[in-house]
Design a binder for this molecule. Structure first.
Ligand SMILES: [Zn+2]
Length: 319
């Protein structure tokens, strides 16, 4: 975990207390931490996959490569840098910051996920491929494997069950959306089983194979066209050719904040009490509970506007 991350890699002004950050990430009542810290705390899956891939591809596992593979989770506007403090200094939830944009905004495709808006699965893939090709060419031009690391992050994430939905034979059915998910549930997809290693995380072995291949392409100075072909044909082939033209986004119900959304089906103020109670006793973080409660109230007030004859049976403000 954090121990292979030298503190000195961060400028002093950005120095943070790693132990505290990791501990806080395990405290569900903290509102500003995202899953990356838990992943660090539970075994650094991206880093482990990349280290092994580098070994198999016979490419040195350097700080630049490690920083690159971390970068989409902790992006910085400074070239070649990561910005961990962005996750805890409020940037994560501040619109317009590179951190917010990467997790919740237009750059969700850096994690093989669908940004907010109307996108087909094919559009998301085009964004991914365009970005990967650009980073690959930059890596070749600057002779800097950092940018290849960033591509590996996108590819590794694509094998996580919380990021895409793949068919049994590994074809892409859809790219999910982080902003439609409960971050706590999202995180659970990539946790190393208690008695296992990173290899036991679903998708990790496929991610390792793809990461190895991409490092081999870079090492052999293959063209960016070769990378594009590999991504389109091997990493991101679409299931039966149809899903490419279907709307992307949404989430596997497994990762949705389902309790709040259930109220749409319940369609009745009489059930609001029950829904709010369920939210309060769920194992989500305080932040997610607050989001779910707001969402439930929003939905409920939507129903009120649609059915003006309906009178609330309770006052949500007391809850
Ligand atoms: Zn990611």
């Amino acid at each position: 975990m954090a121990k292979n991350k030298p503190k000195s890699a961060l400028p002093d002004s950005q120095a943070i207390d790693w132990q505290r950050a990791v501990e806080t990430s395990n405290n569900p009542s903290d509102v500003k931490i995202v899953p990356i810290f838990s992943i660090w705390g539970k075994g650094a899956v991206h880093e482990s996959i990349t280290k092994e891939a580098a070994k198999l591809a016979k490419v040195p596992y350097t700080t630049a490569l490690e920083k690159g593979v971390e970068w989409p989770d902790v992006p910085s506007t400074k070239p070649g840098e990561t910005n961990y403090p962005g996750l805890i200094n409020g940037d994560l939830h501040k619109k317009g910051t590179i951190t917010n944009n990467s997790h919740y905004g237009q750059n969700q495709f850096w994690h093989s996920m669908t940004p907010p808006g109307d996108f087909k699965n094919g559009d998301v893939l085009d964004k991914i491929v365009h970005q990967a090709v650009q980073w690959y060419e930059q890596a070749q031009k600057e002779k800097n494997i950092f940018h290849v690391g960033k591509i590996l992050h996108i590819v590794q994430d694509s094998y996580s069950e919380a990021h895409t939905i793949r068919s049994k034979d590994g074809k892409i059915v859809t790219f999910q959306s982080y902003d439609k998910q409960d971050p706590n549930k999202h995180e659970k997809a990539d946790v190393i089983p208690r008695w296992g290693t990173w290899r036991d995380v679903p998708g990790a072995i496929s991610a390792l194979q793809a990461s190895t291949k991409i490092l081999e392409l870079y090492k052999s100075e293959a063209s960016s066209k070769a990378l594009e072909d590999y991504l389109r044909n091997q990493v991101f082939p679409f299931e039966n050719g149809l899903t490419k033209n279907q709307p992307a986004g949404g989430t596997n119900p497994k990762y949705a904040p389902t309790i709040a959304e259930n109220i749409t089906n319940q369609n009745h103020y009489a059930n609001l009490d029950k829904v709010l109670q369920e939210i309060l006793i769920s194992d989500s973080s305080a932040e997610n509970k607050a989001l779910m409660i707001n969402r439930a109230l929003e939905i409920a007030s939507g129903h009120a506007q649609n059915a003006q004859t309906h009178t609330p049976t309770n006052n949500p403000e007391v809850l």
